[in-house]
Design a protein around this ligand. Sequence first.
Ligand SMILES: *[C@@H]1O[C@H](CO)[C@@H](O)[C@H](O)[C@H]1NC(C)=O
Ligand SMILES: *[C@@H]1O[C@H](CO)[C@@H](O)[C@H](O)[C@H]1NC(C)=O
Length: 300
Amino acid sequence: MASRMAGSLRLLLWLLLLWPQLGADPGDAVTPPSARGPPSPKSETLMEEATQKPEVLPRGCGQRRIIGGQPAPERKWPWQVSLQVQGRHVCGGTLISSWWVMTAAHCISDFHDYTVMLGDTSLQHQSPRGLKVPVKDIVIHQEYLHLGVLFNDIALVLLSFPVNYSTHVQPVCLPSKFFHVEADTQCWVTGWGRTAEGGSESPPMDLQETTVDIVDRETCNLNLKAILQARFDVVSEGGLCANAERRGPCKGDSGGPLVCEFNNTWVQVGIVSWGVGCARKGIPGVYTYVAFYKDWVVKV
Ligand SMILES: *[C@@H]1O[C@H](CO)[C@@H](O)[C@H](O)[C@H]1NC(C)=O
Ligand SMILES: *[C@@H]1O[C@H](CO)[C@@H](O)[C@H](O)[C@H]1NC(C)=O
């Protein structure tokens, strides 16, 4: 049942379009899958910070250094990273501690060697402050489920070595597990995803940003259920919906952040997960609701 439904829904979703591109190079498929197996070494940094400060972690997260009113583009989203395979951008992600990057589970496939680009808004990797770090291990949520739509779409990426923070490299804050975001809150989504649905336009080299408004989850679930003619709930408790005013997230934005500013601190409320087309006008995009997975993130 699930697979038949998945088949029909699949056509509508942009996230899967990612894989044929990657699979095209047969030289890719040499990573031993064992490298991806849980459990991963625990993040001491994350654990420590979590113990010290259970509500928001880590200390000094979610800050940007603003100089003269407007943050320079390359300092505006210092937690944004690009997850890459052989130098090619595949997904977004965020730095959550000096060792760990958070992304979407659907971004990960066993057969690739990943690297993480940090501190740069250009995929051409031009900033002297930017760096590329190989990935040591990846932990995918054990209940990640792909039924055409995605559930528990979250993964943590362990870097080969810890990064030093700078004006260009800063971790984002994670919400507490009791965090609740009100509908109509205005937040931001950033990424290197395509700027048009379908079409031949090549994806942008420079990091893009857009504002989104949080949408009530129940309403969104009913709305998307009807559109997808699904008989099951498509946006569960671990999901979050947001409407884009102009351009919604598209292929290549997956795994990247939906962040909101509270009291001058940026908190990652969502992870770009899936949408109908490229979050078409009036149809909300779906995000992983980070607060729901807070215990899991701290435990890994
Ligand atoms: C971080 O800073 C330390 C001390 O300056 C340096 O030894 C180390 O190589 C730096 N790490 C990275 C990843 O740049
Ligand atoms: C922001 O600061 C105000 C006043 O200090 C506080 O009441 C409020 O809870 C804070 N909001 C968040 C989201 O931390």
